[in-house]
Design a protein around this ligand. Sequence first.
Ligand code: SF4
Length: 994
Amino acid sequence: MPQSQPVNSPPTDEAKPSLANCPILLNDGIKALLIDEDGSIENLDAFAALTRLKTKPHLVVHSVFTIDRLARFSSRNGNGLFTAAINVAHFDVLELFAFIHPTVFVRPSIGGLLDAMGIENPESLEEQAIKLHEVVGIMLNSCSPQQINKAGIRDPRQARQLAQAMHLAGWVWGAPILEQMGAEIFDRPDVAHDSTGVNIWARLPNWEEFAPRPPAGSLEVTAKEAQDLLAKFTGKGAEIREGQQKYAAEASKAFNARASDQHPHIVLGEAGTGIGKTFGYLAPALAWARKNDGRVQISTYTKALQRQIDQQLINLYPNIQSKQASTVIRKGRENYMCLLNFEEWAGKAIHQKGAQAVVAGLLARWGMTTLDGDMVGGDLPSWLLPLLTHRAQDGANRLSVNLTDTRGECIHGACPHYGKCYIEKSKRRANRAELVISNHALVMHNLAYDGFMKQHNSAKPELVQMVDGEEVEPQRPRIVFDEGHHLFDAADSCFAAHLTGLEMAELRRWLRGAETGTSGGRTRGLKSRLEELIYDDDSGMEALSDVLHNAMKLPAPRWNARLSENLTEGPAEAFLGVLRGQVYARAKANHSYDLEVDCYPLIDGVLEAADNLRDALTAIVMPLKALCNRLSRKLVDEAENLEPAQKAKLEAAITGIERRSIMQIPMWIEMLKQLEVSAKVIEVVGQYHPDFVDWFHIHRRFGKDFDVGMYRHYIDPSKPLAKYILSETDGALITSATLRDHVDDLTAIDNGIVKIGADDHDLLDWRSAESRTGASHLPMPAYRFSCDSPFDYAKNTDIIIIQDINRDNPEQVAAAMQALFIAAGGGGLGLFTAISRLRQTYDKLILPMSEQNIQLYAQHVDPLDIGTLIDMFRANKNSCLLGTDAVRDGVDVPGASLRLLVYDRVPWLRPSILERARKAEFGGNQYADMMTRFKLKQAFGRLIRRADDKGVFVMLDKRMPTRLQTAFPKDVTVHKIGLKEAVRLIAIKLDQNK
Ligand code: SF4
């Protein structure tokens, strides 16, 4: 590597950091590995390692993770040493990587760096560490003028400008990069007069507009066409997988043409793990899109799963350009960087000393390279912000949130960066794509909006071809809902209404803009967004003025503090205050967690406060609707004279106002009205609404009230799912590995199926799938099919229910998990139903695991997001990961890295008012059992991802009822044994698989 001695160091550093012979310090479990200046290698305990790190710069990989881990296990003064060590300007190789390769995926570890750079990755940490200087050398070398026109650094001009600006801010890599580039290095800002390089809003290319897309054809896809395309994807000479062929043929039925207005083609397809479901549905989807010049939406549950599907698409297109032209990932706008937000923040941050400037610089590098500007689960490394901001995950998330358009304050055509905006660009790509990879929340949000608007006479004129920059579908969409078992939860969130302090304060802010601080620009609210459009329309201006005036009755800044002090102002805060009083009067005394109580009987004062709030909300919604009509009128009357940007701005304004004036506020008014009606009805019939369950709730964080309000959820969200989503499609395939529940004979008898036979069971199993996906609420039945998993679960897996552990004893749970993880030699995933128990167990496990050379990662403990932790767990087959029960959805770890899955206890539903109502609606305990079986089934499905995988599923809760065991494949042996026997069995079973 080049022995680069920085010519100049940041002026504030007393001990100038020097890259030449810089010692290397890497985290090694709870210890550290040190390679000193003289090349000597040493293992240090945490205290000794931190003592070194606080005194001088070291070459490290992810300084925050390294120092946090060491501080946690330092024998003395962990907190103090953390602060001292983190404040030293270390040479963090990941920061250099993010500068040189901003969008290249890398795990934040030395092994990850070696893999990402195609350098041989030895097993031992010591051998890996020795290569760190080589890694740095290759990256710096890519900045040299000789490399720039070859495979060197991208956009070298911006790189030079940023390196200079970041050097002035104290970034230790600035000088070595500039030196390697052969650039002059300035130490004083007054002489460094070039651009800082953060102005990506000026450098990015403009997106281009295209003519609206004509309606797609309606030709059907035959089974053979789907199978032929599938064969093309999987390649010549590939083994024909019968299950996958059958799946593709059956799935093609979702693409049939509608035969009647009432009859979308809904297909429920369960595909056992290993069928090859993704290609199985992509084949008919693409066959239909290409035959009809149409577009198919592939919807999945999480952003991580969107990315997984996108990665598989690489196999379907000859090159990356054709993939990018034909497919797009779409997410809610709150995921994308807003260039205007970035300009406002980064323009100042780049001139600050320290981390802010480094964040700004690295984000500017990423901003020029990113495919779509997606900051959450896109090509921005998820470890980057926590690393740079030197803060915990929450803090980093706040930063990314501030840079995205979370508050709906986009000013569209009036924005100087509209022509380069990532969100607008992504929408236009979606308009031309044949496959749009979306998520359930976004798909439902958009379809529900369309449905509501249809019912409530939207003010939007017919001539509008685009809504919020996105083409209005000229016909109903075709959708594949992957991970279809989550549709119920996604619909639950989509159709819920929360009348809370935060939501109302957010509405006030959206209407009136920021009322504290010195924020300007878009944060001035609706007035600044609309004034230019309606300044010559007296009626419009009057309506706007009424809206802004009446919005003052919503919670004002510091509403939460006033609530705690009983000093509320205005009708909204008064309502929240009295509601809070009811919650505290009736909730259980433990005030550390969220609190919720039934609405009825109401305490004195609630009805009066609800009445006043209702009047206040009505006084906002009326002028809002009038304003919307004025904007709509303008769009019609001046259609021929309006510039496209003005049109887009008007359309966006109408959409934004309608979302609030037709959907959000009327729903709140209805909830408040219901309080009065129900308070009377409930005295007579004991039930207040057949469709909804309402309750009062205080959301608490860190022992303080964070939000308070009234919640309303559908008892059965599959009803609106069927009405607003499924009915609005031409065809939908709902697919998953776990669509159906399976009950034992006793439960089947309870359900009134007296004669037990395979067909009867089948009927009952499908009933569970239909009820949770909305299919049972459609006028015509869904088409159903299933393809069994090709895996030999009986041979490759075992299930153990440990009998001699007290699940309520944290010592015993931790000891058991430790023994099991060690018996498996790592490759263990521990799932917990409570974060507190996860943390307790981590504290007890970390030392013994480290002594066995087993890396232990933990969600809610390590300062990395769960996606990054799973990447690290996947890459190190002898590591273990602790996570909450919900992690089971995102874990796709084929091979030996996941060979043991341990649940600390049965993942029952969390007892809540909502679940109580659902239990009553869906058959009492059978509903709770079904939901728990689904969780167990999904978790078990994580163990075996390939035919040769082996795995053991362990439950540390001996109280797991036998009736839940139907969640597992029927031939797998369930062992009810003690811990000692389990350890022996696991060691034998997994021996070949380590
Ligand atoms: S158009 Fe909207 S989202 Fe895009 S950069 Fe401008 S303000 Fe931000």
